[in-house]
Design a protein around this ligand. Structure first.
Ligand SMILES: [Zn+2]
Length: 267
């Protein structure tokens, strides 16, 4: 999969701005301190190494590690997408007791890559009557963060000073979410399931799964007070769910019908 072709145009823009601005600030810091600032890389590396060890204590001790023996159905999904995304090594996946929260996270330390799936999210999306495409979308979205370089240590280090500029870091983070949604939709190849997964995250209800109206949900965006919606958005790390659904919907419509609906054979 060629990620650079799928990357959302907003991410391409903000990524370039953050890399250029970050590089310039780093260059000024390096020259201004006669490269002395590099010495801070040592404590950063040591603290990341220690943080990863404590993280491993927590997840291996108190969460459930997904592998070929443990929840092999989830492991199979992760293996398939790891290969499609050309990730060198499959991130370690854990199902975490989330006590009511529905979320999923991609985490990276110096080299170790992880995906945390909150248990309530798995319960919400993994329906017995064969609706695993919704969970596939979430797993694909988190693996996409790893594959698209959103978690890359050196890229993030270079971007770090730029991301401290008010609103720029949040804008970049939001654009990364749109890219990961696009990649996930490409991998799952089921636009309805991709959108259903996002709306299920908004409603938090498994019972209402089949009753959800995509168009009515998208129309809610018209009810968001415009000025306040903008103010709320510029500081947020994630776009509003209505906007994420709109973006996946628009992206899906830019594809041939055979990609939108895997049951339709191309002529
Ligand atoms: Zn994300």
């Amino acid at each position: 999969m060629n990620i650079s072709e799928i990357r959302h145009p907003k991410e391409a823009l903000y990524r370039t701005i953050c890399l250029i601005v970050g590089s310039l600030i780093w260059l000024a810091l390096l020259l201004g301190t006669y490269f002395f600032i590099l010495i801070f890389l040592i404590p950063i590396a040591i603290s990341l190494w220690i943080a990863e060890k404590f993280f491993q204590v927590s997840v291996y001790g108190n969460a459930v590690n997904v592998n070929s023996k443990q929840y092999p159905a989830i492991d199979t999904i992760a293996k398939e997408f790891t290969a499609s995304l050309d990730l060198k090594k499959q991130p370690e996946i854990f199902v975490v007791n989330s006590q009511g929260m529905t979320n999923a996270l991609a985490i990276k330390f110096l080299s170790g890559k992880y995906v945390l799936l909150y248990s309530d999210l798995v319960d919400l999306l993994w329906q017995k009557d064969n609706k695993e495409d919704q969970l596939r979308f979430v797993i694909a979205h988190e693996l996409a963060h790893h594959a698209a370089g959103h978690m890359n240590f050196w890229t993030n280090l270079i971007m770090k000073p730029a991301k401290l500029i008010p609103f720029l870091g949040a804008a970049y983070n939001r654009s990364c979410e749109l890219t990961s949604d696009r990649i996930a939709a490409e991998l799952v190849k089921n636009q309805k399931a991709s959108i259903d997964a996002l709306i299920a995250l908004a409603s938090g209800s498994a019972s209402l799964f089949d009753l959800t109206d995509k168009v009515a949900f998208i129309e809610q965006e018209n009810r968001v007070p415009s000025g306040f919606g903008f103010i709320q958005e510029v500081g947020s790390s994630h776009p509003r769910m209505t906007k994420r659904v709109m973006a996946v919907n628009e992206y899906g419509h830019s594809k041939p019908a055979a990609v939108r609906n895997p049951n339709v054979q191309a002529a």
